[in-house]
Design a binder for this molecule. Structure first.
Ligand code: ATP
Ligand code: MG
Length: 407
């Protein structure tokens, strides 16, 4: 699939934009603050039903307007070409209507796989540098694209978690950290459900990361010759035990570190032991939960760690190394999407080159060149000439409008 036509009405800084695209590489040039990211955001929205940079939909609607529209024709060519008309109407107060071929789609999960996209954004650095929620979000967003039941399972888990947290919060303060017998019984009943849904969330994230791992290592070790890279899942119950440096460990041990529980016994098979370990950890930490008035164990506290030469990249990596790691995660996302949904994704590269040195710019170009329809934004063309790229079209973003440039 690729994006053939795009119409934006009252979307961010655009009053009205009408564009046609080929299945090639499209360069979007413009000065800071002129609307390049806004354009890519609209294509991402078309793909996922949400923005990659805001949870508040009202932000997207052009200032002073009440509604905003994205209309697009996406399709494939070949002997039996397919075309779909996707229409998204956004109103104030987060109301969204999505139609595919004039038929209303009530659930976002119904349409997310029509035009798969992978967006490489400057904000991706947050996945590496910020707290664990950004990393969980990376895994969750990818799982939502490839597994239609994942979103509901996670939602279910979050509902039970919210109930558990409010029960803990309402517990009698005078009881201190010691848990009341009655509350304990109610918690016990909820915990088995929490473990049921939570374990399937953990398992899916864990397996996804396991699939990503060899490719991620390859990409990283290709970008940085002579280094060793690794990535692994960290369960909530192991987070406090995580060292920042793994210098003296052999790389094979990393997987063990994460699946050891406190007695250092290795949780052998995920299938068999995960629910049991999760339940046990929940119960063991119940006094702590009462003390902090929050559930401290579960997938809502899981994380993953990236190592470069045995050191935690989050704390010890340079800005360029962290940037490359975020790009490698996106390249893995691309590979996984391609494999799982058997549909060509569209690549959205927002200002990805600016922080990379020339060697790594070239490597990134090589990794993505001429494979899929690709949108690339840049503020100027100075370094693009050195990168051996071919553009099907060039667009200039200026004065709240978009105009084609001669090639
Ligand atoms: N809801 C909105 N209505 C109107 N304009 C908006 C809205 N939201 C954002 N903008 C404007 O959009 C512009 C930002 O656009 P965008 O982030 O796409 O720029 P950019 O070309 O990617 O810039 P940079 O090169 O700095 O990344 C800002 O000038 C901002 O004021
Ligand atoms: Mg931008």
């Amino acid at each position: 699939m690729y994006l053939k036509k795009l119409e934006l009405i009252n979307y961010r800084n655009y009053s009205k934009v009408n564009l046609d695209f080929g299945k090639d590489t499209i360069l979007i040039i413009g000065n800071n603050g002129n609307g390049k990211t806004n354009l890519l955001e609209s294509i991402h929205y078309l793909s996922t039903g949400k923005s990659h940079r805001t949870y508040t939909q009202d932000e997207i609607i052009k200032w002073g307007s009440k509604q905003s529209w994205i209309r697009a024709i996406v399709g494939s060519d070949g002997v039996s070409p397919v075309n779909h008309l996707i229409e998204i109407e956004m109103r104030k107060d987060n109301e969204t209507r999505i139609k595919v071929d004039k038929t209303t789609r009530r659930k976002k999960t119904d349409f997310v796989s029509i035009l798969p996209t992978v967006i490489f954004s400057p904000d991706d650095l947050k996945i590496i540098k910020d707290g664990p929620s950004e990393r969980r979000n990376f895994l969750d967003s990818l799982l939502e694209k490839i597994d239609s039941s994942y979103y509901r399972q996670r939602l279910q888990y979050q509902k039970i978690l919210a109930q558990r947290n409010s029960l803990i919060k309402s517990a009698d303060k005078s009881a201190g950290s010691k848990i009341d017998r009655e509350i304990n019984l109610t918690l016990e009943a909820w915990d088995s459900n929490l473990v049921k849904y939570g374990s399937s969330v953990i398992k899916k994230r864990y397996e996804l990361l396991d699939e990503i791992r060899p490719e991620f290592k390859d990409y990283m070790e290709n970008f940085f010759k002579g280094v060793s890279a690794d990535i692994f899942y960290v369960f909530s119950w192991n987070r406090k035990n995580m060292p920042d440096s793994f210098e003296n460990e052999s790389s094979g041990n990393y997987q063990d570190v994460e699946i050891q529980d406190e007695d250092n016994s290795v949780v052998g098979s995920m299938e068999r032991n995960l629910e049991e370990v999760f339940y046990r950890k929940l119960r063991e930490n119940i006094d702590k939960d009462m003390q902090y008035k929050i559930t401290t164990i579960g997938p809502h506290r899981d994380d993953f760690v990236i190592l470069l030469n045995g050191k935690n990249l989050r704390f010890f990596g340079s800005q360029g190394q962290q940037r490359v790691a975020s790009i490698c995660l996106r390249l893995c996302e691309l590979d996984i999407l391609k494999e799982k949904i058997k549909e060509d994704p569209v690549l959205l590269l927002d200002d990805v080159f600016s922080e990379l040195d020339i060697e790594r710019k070239k490597m990134l170009v090589k990794a993505v060149k001429n494979k899929f329809q690709t949108f690339i934004t840049a503020t100027n063309m100075s370094y693009l000439d050195k990168l051996d790229m071919e553009f099907g079209s060039k667009l200039l973003v200026m004065d709240n409008g978009i105009t084609p440039l001669d090639l």
